[in-house]
Design a protein around this ligand. Structure first.
Ligand SMILES: N[C@@H](CCC(=O)N[C@@H](CS)C(=O)NCC(=O)O)C(=O)O
Length: 235
């Protein structure tokens, strides 16, 4: 039997979440090893000395140590719903949006989440940046309910965990914002079978112990639950 790829992951990490979303959607089973960031296992550091998660170690020994690289690997293997080929726009445009999310918005998100670590001026700027970014996403969703056309794309799934993290800073504030498309988009995904699968809790993996848990689409999920995009609800 061929060994499964090994995914080092941390449940709440938005980068690890996007990797798990793509792996489960693509039906690429792997051994999930839940790690503690403050006590990273030696096996993770040996595979990827930079020490961030997610990291995917493939059966042939190749190591993918960026979340986007893991998503692309999964989707190039199997992409039943066409996440790489959106109805509107191109892969390059999706990658550009993801790049901006991972730098511009992620920095603003961190400053809004941990304001005590930054100057008041930096936090103020971060709040303005985050609001501008989220309002622009709301506008993008207005026509179709997805970021790139009428179906789920790589961009939806790569951005989703970061918007979720921002929304959780202050739920009441989030619900009061004039972003009905974005709020509905996020909620649809939070309610989906795919999201429930990737957010299951797993015990921390211990080296030398039994293998991690297998991350795969749930057997009892209705057919297509992981590949079909939830239909947009008009707010
Ligand atoms: N560019 C990386 C970023 C991954 C990342 O920063 N992950 C965080 C957790 S959310 C991490 O592992 N940080 C290391 C630490 O906290 O020690 C990717 O896309 O995979």
């Amino acid at each position: 039997m061929t060994a499964l790829p090994v995914l080092y992951s941390f449940r709440r990490c938005p980068y690890a979440m996007r990797a798990r979303l793509a792996l489960v959607y693509a039906g690429l089973a792997c051994e999930l090893r839940e790690v503690q960031l403050r006590n990273k296992p030696q096996a993770l550091l040996q595979a990827s000395p930079k020490g961030t998660v997610p990291v995917l170690v493939l059966a042939d020994g190749r190591v993918l140590e960026q979340s986007l690289g893991i998503m692309l690997h999964a989707l190039h293997t199997h992409d039943p719903g066409g996440w790489l080929t959106p109805g509107l726009g191109t892969l390059e445009q999706m990658l550009a949006l993801i790049e901006r999310n991972d730098h511009f918005f992620k920095q603003a998100l961190d400053r809004c989440k941990y304001p005590e670590r930054h100057t008041a001026e930096a936090v103020h700027q971060a709040q303005a940046d985050a609001i501008a970014w989220l309002a622009a996403l709301d506008g993008r969703l207005a026509d179709t309910g997805y970021l790139f056309g009428h179906n789920t794309s790589l961009a939806d799934m790569a951005l989703l965990p970061f918007v979720r993290q921002f929304a959780r800073i202050d739920q009441a504030w989030w619900c009061a914002q004039p972003w009905p498309q974005l709020q509905a988009w996020l909620q649809r995904w939070l309610d989906s079978a795919l999201f429930a699968t990737i957010m299951q809790r797993h015990p921390v993996w211990l080296a030398g112990g039994a293998g991690g848990v297998t991350l795969a689409a749930q057997q009892d999920a209705p057919a297509g639950a992981h590949s079909a995009a939830p239909a947009p609800r008009r707010p």
